[in-house]
Write a protein that binds this ligand. Structure first.
Ligand SMILES: [Zn+2]
Length: 609
């Protein structure tokens, strides 16, 4: 029976054929079918509905069951699983883990020992260059000193002839003594070499390396689950690591593991100015040892409380350079060297800024200016962002105002010129047919020009409104035309008098006369109290200034713009200034060809000079 196997059996239908296939699936569903379980090659050919997935070659079971996975056995829902297992087993070497591990360690041990042997030999050779042990030192000493020769010489005792012996010894010693320098040099060299090695010899470092190697070896593993974060290793560029937002998680106290990303983040901060080449190289190295780095864990926060790296990556390179310069500058300043600070103060940019704040027109307190200068010295590197050359629209004007003396008449004039001119209308009153014999012209530029048409009598030209008690007025009058020896009058009049009398009535006036090319005061009509200079005189090119502040009983006359003379109202008349309620500005003229111009009427805050 043993020889009769299924392979030798003939097909019932086709007696000359051996059975070759067996159905291994869908047996359950076809249990009542008369379909044979075994097929020969002809049965196979004749079965038009043959489904190969349901049949297995009998031969294959016999030949491969011992060693292989059989593709269609056992019946399963998904034959891909069997197919994958077949693929896996077909690659013999990759599945043989134990063998691979064994191979690794065999190779590792061999290479390890070889490497250690090499370095051991190298170190021994290095050590042999030095006279290291006592024996060697003594041997070298013997060579240099000839002590053994000396000993031998002494040994050849010839008691009968001590003198000969003495001569020989003397000869030997003399020879050695003659080499004193050489002996010294050789022995010194021996000593130096011995000392040098003693000083350089370091047993600790190899121990350290050995310990680290053991630590590394302890971590050898072939199984990913035991290797920390091995799956997270990525080989992106350095830059992407800098972007990793790891600060938050590392600013909390907790057990965290060191990693290449954290080290890169710390090292690659822009303020460190590390080169790209360095960072890339470092990143490669750290990546390669990342699983090892992860072995080290910390129970502390990376950063100080509420602090993290300054995020220099978010500002421009230009700004980082400013900050770099600022820090260097600040460190230099903190050394407290006067010269350095002075050089900063003397720099164009700071000088100019200080000139601007020190300008007389800035009205800043000295305290503030000093603080500001200190600040500028501190932030000097940042001032480079401002272009200080050609910063003024008009440097001359700036210098003028910067150096100006507030008591300077030029400034006062400038200041006055910028005040609005008060449009104070002038007109001639009926008195002495003033409206007929006098012409008042308003010029385009706002001047009022008064002209007398005949010589018949004094007429009054007055302002159209009463002057206010609490305003400070300035009137400027120019003599356009006045014949030699002829007079005119300026001052104040009560409005109620202007139609019936001339300005002399209340004595709030001054009479002026043409004298050569000047205008001088004549007579005494109220404005006659000498406050500056002697008398009153002004060129016809210049003007006469009348100042008025009723509330404080001020009525003065000056030569403008020189201000060499100043006349005030006599004290006895001053009370009129506060008493009268209808005082008006007044010009009196009399002679034909007299032309007087009211150039300016201004209201000022203060009379200066
Ligand atoms: Zn058959």
């Amino acid at each position: 029976m043993d020889t009769i196997t299924i392979q030798n059996l003939k097909c019932n239908k086709h007696p000359n054929k051996n059975l070759q296939f067996i159905q291994v699936n869908d047996i359950l569903t076809q249990s009542i079918s008369t379909k044979p379980l075994f097929y020969c090659s002809s049965c196979f050919n004749h079965d038009l509905h043959f489904q190969s997935i349901n049949y297995l070659m009998i031969d294959q079971i016999f030949q491969e069951a011992e060693t292989n996975i059989i593709p269609k056995w056992p019946p399963v829902n998904n034959y891909q699983i069997i197919s994958d297992l077949i693929d896996l087993t077909s690659n013999q070497s990759s599945l043989d883990y134990v063998q691979q591990i064994t191979d690794f360690f065999d190779q590792f041990k061999e290479e390890f020992l070889n490497k250690i042997d090499i370095i051991q030999k190298k170190m021994i050779n290095e050590a042999l260059k030095y006279p290291i042990d006592t024996q060697q030192i003594i041997k070298r000493y013997q060579d240099i000193s000839n002590i053994l020769q000396f000993k031998q010489l002494l040994n050849n005792q010839q008691p009968n002839n001590l003198q000969d012996h003495s001569i020989l010894c003397k000869e030997f010693i003399s020879q050695m003594e003659s080499q004193k320098d050489k002996n010294t040099e050789l022995l010194q060299s021996l000593l130096t070499q011995a000392n040098q090695l003693q000083k350089n010899f370091n047993m600790e470092y190899p121990h350290m390396i050995k310990q680290q190697l053991f630590t590394f070896i302890d971590h050898i593993s072939f199984f990913n689950l035991e290797i920390p974060e091995v799956n997270s290793i990525n080989h992106n560029s350095t830059r992407s690591h800098q972007q990793t937002n790891i600060t938050n998680q590392n600013n909390q106290i907790g057990d965290f593991k060191l990693g290449s990303d954290l080290i890169m983040k710390l090292v690659s901060n822009e303020s460190n100015f590390c080169s790209d080449q360095f960072l890339n190289k470092l990143n490669d190295i750290l990546q390669s040892i990342n699983p090892l780095l992860k072995q080290f864990s910390f129970k502390t926060a990376v950063f100080k409380e509420n602090k993290e790296q300054i995020d220099f990556s978010k500002i421009s390179e230009e700004k980082i350079n400013f900050i770099e310069e600022y820090v260097k500058h600040s460190v230099a300043l903190s050394r407290g060297e006067q010269q350095f600070e002075q050089e900063a103060k003397d720099s164009l940019e700071i000088k100019q800024m200080i000139q601007i704040v020190e300008s007389k027109m800035s009205f800043l307190k000295q305290d503030f200016i000093q603080q500001f200068e200190k600040f500028l010295v501190d932030v000097k590197p940042f001032l480079k962002q401002i272009n200080f050359t050609n910063s003024f629209t008009d440097k001359q004007k700036f210098d003028f105002f910067r150096n100006i003396n507030l008591k300077d008449s030029k400034l006062y004039t400038l200041f006055e010129e910028n005040l609005p001119n008060l449009d104070l209308k002038l007109f001639a009153t009926e008195y002495n047919n003033g409206q007929r014999d006098c012409v008042v012209n308003k010029k385009e530029n706002g001047y009022y020009e008064i002209e007398k048409l005949n010589n018949i009598g004094w007429v009054n030209c007055i302002s159209s409104i009463n002057l206010q008690k609490d305003l400070k007025y300035i009137f400027r009058i120019k003599v356009e035309s006045l014949n030699e020896g002829k007079c005119f009058i300026i001052g104040l009049m009560k409005n109620s008098d202007t139609g019936i009398t001339d300005g002399s009535t209340n004595e709030l006036i001054c009479q002026l006369q043409k004298n050569n090319q000047s205008v001088i005061k004549v007579g005494s009509w109220g404005i006659d109290k000498q406050l500056k200079g002697a008398g009153f005189k002004t060129s016809v090119e210049n003007m006469i200034e009348l100042r008025l502040y009723l509330k404080e009983q001020i009525l003065e006359m000056l030569d403008y713009p020189n201000y060499e003379y100043k006349l005030g109202l006599d004290d006895k008349y001053k009370v009129k200034l506060t008493q009268f309620d209808d005082l008006r500005f007044y010009i009196g003229i009399c002679n034909q060809e007299t032309k007087i111009i009211l150039m300016d009427v201004k209201i000022v805050n203060e009379f200066i000079y």
